[in-house]
Design a protein. Structure first.
Length: 463
């Protein structure tokens, strides 16, 4: 058995079909109400007028007896009224009226009933049949009076209303199903486009993106979120590949040094103490790299967010300044410190100390002798708190500033310096877990005019 088209099997089509059925049902009920309010009203009005006419003839019987009824029927029949009359005697013979005989279905009728007749109630086949509504009144001595009203025009109007009602209900249902199929087909095509993107991505094409129509509907928003997710996954995969290459590159140097040193010691039977001391330094460097990787992973998972407290960062920054001030002086670098007291941020002291220390390490490392480093803590105009480190080093090009925040990323001219490329990645992770903004801007400029310097700021939200 051939399966139904995909769009006919969608949830959207089923929902649309159900809604179309409900709408058709409500339309049918509404049209039925309209029918009762129009055709029903016409029928009730005809019964009222027919009753009035019967009551008028019955009053003649009470006043003038059988002769009065007969005279009234003769007068009304001769007046070419819209009513039909038949007055029969005790033996059932026709006495007067504009009908030639009782309708075939009149026997035993006591209330209103309908029948068809031809003009003059003749048997002429050329006369058109018309519909009428009648009521029979039985008088004493088996006399019988039938009064009927021609309702052909009313019946035609009622028929047209009923026909319009059925056509309207069917038309609504058909249009509902057709629109449901159209909408479902369009919806199914858009969903299939998303499935095609998913299949291509699973096949390894990380450049594929979901198509958008920029209407900001739910599918367009889904496509936008899917594209952002794919971009994030692509970025993470690229970072993972780069990290693997960088780890291999950065770990190769200390491992090579360790092996060469040990090999030389074995070959020359050198003093083992110095060899082991240098080897321990290389081992510490390896452990530092792995510890930094683990700490960044824990921070990015939000592991320590629950232990944050409201603190004044001034004492913490002062302690760090006291540590780095003498270090800069020893290495012929100026050190400036500006600390504003009485501020509050919600943070973890250890993480803030780690971030600021990493920034100062980088500033000192990349600032040439004779340059300067500045550490500042201040309150911004919008109430946020900023901790910044500014140096007079070569700076970082604008197009590279986001790249150096990734793990193991080091600019080519800094490969000769000691480091693993994890310092700013750790600072970025600490900033994100504190909901702080990490800014990289031009610094004060180098003293020799060879670089713009770099200013890195952690901006904490107002508490």
């Amino acid at each position: 058995m051939k399966p139904l088209p995909a769009f006919l099997r969608t949830t959207t089509f089923r929902i649309t079909l159900f809604v179309a059925f409900l709408f058709s049902l409500s339309t049918f009920i509404l049209l039925l109400f309209v029918y009762q309010s129009t055709a029903g009203a016409l029928s009730r009005q005809a019964d009222i007028l027919l009753t009035q006419e019967i009551n008028a003839l019955s009053s003649l019987y009470r006043v003038s007896g059988i002769n009065g009824v007969n005279r009234g029927v003769v007068e009304r029949s001769a007046a070419n009224s819209t009513y039909l009359y038949l007055f029969t005697g005790a033996s059932g013979e026709r006495v007067s009226g504009n009908l030639n005989g009782l309708p075939a279905n009149a026997a035993g009728k006591s209330g209103f009933f309908g029948f068809t007749y031809r003009s003059g109630f003749s048997s002429d086949a050329g006369d058109a049949e018309r519909r009428a509504r009648a009521k029979i009144v039985r008088l004493p001595n088996n006399y019988l009076l039938l009064v009927a009203a021609d309702i052909e025009e009313q019946a035609q109007i009622s028929g047209k209303i009923a026909q319009a009602m059925w056509i309207g209900a069917i038309l609504v249902l058909v249009l509902g199903v057709a629109s449901g199929a159209l909408i479902s087909r369009r919806f199914a095509n858009r969903v299939e486009a998303l499935n095609a993107v998913a299949r291509d991505v699973m096949a390894g094409d990380m450049k594929r993106r979901a198509p958008r129509n920029y209407t900001n509907d739910e599918l367009d928003e889904l496509s936008s979120n899917l594209n952002r997710m794919l971009s994030r996954i692509e970025s993470l995969m690229a970072a993972s590949m780069y990290a693997g290459d960088s780890i291999a590159h950065d770990l190769r140097s200390p491992l090579t040094r360790m092996r060469a040193r040990l090999e030389q010691a074995v070959r020359e039977q050198d003093d083992a103490g110095e060899v082991f001391s240098e080897t321990l330094k290389d081992a510490d460097e390896l452990l530092s790299i792995f510890n930094s990787i683990q700490r960044i992973s824990r921070l990015e998972s939000g592991e320590q967010r629950s232990v944050f407290q409201s603190i004044d960062p001034a004492p913490l920054v002062e302690d760090i300044a006291e540590l780095y001030g003498p270090l800069c002086e020893e290495q012929d670098r100026g050190f400036e410190c500006e600390i504003e007291t009485g501020l509050q941020i919600k943070a973890d002291k250890g993480l803030i100390a780690q971030a600021v220390s990493n920034l100062l390490d980088n500033a000192v490392k990349y600032t040439d002798p004779g340059g300067g480093v500045a550490l500042r803590l201040r309150k911004c105009r919008n109430g946020s708190v900023e901790i910044s480190v500014t140096d007079t080093g070569p700076g970082v090009p604008v197009e590279k500033r986001q790249e150096i925040l990734k793990r193991f990323v080091r600019l080519e001219d800094s490969r000769s310096r000691q480091g693993s490329g994890l310092g700013l990645s750790l600072v970025k992770a600490i900033a994100e877990i504190h909901s702080a903004e990490l800014l990289l801007e031009d610094g004060a400029g180098s003293q020799h005019g060879t670089g713009k310097g770099l200013r890195v700021a952690l901006v904490f939200p107002r508490t």
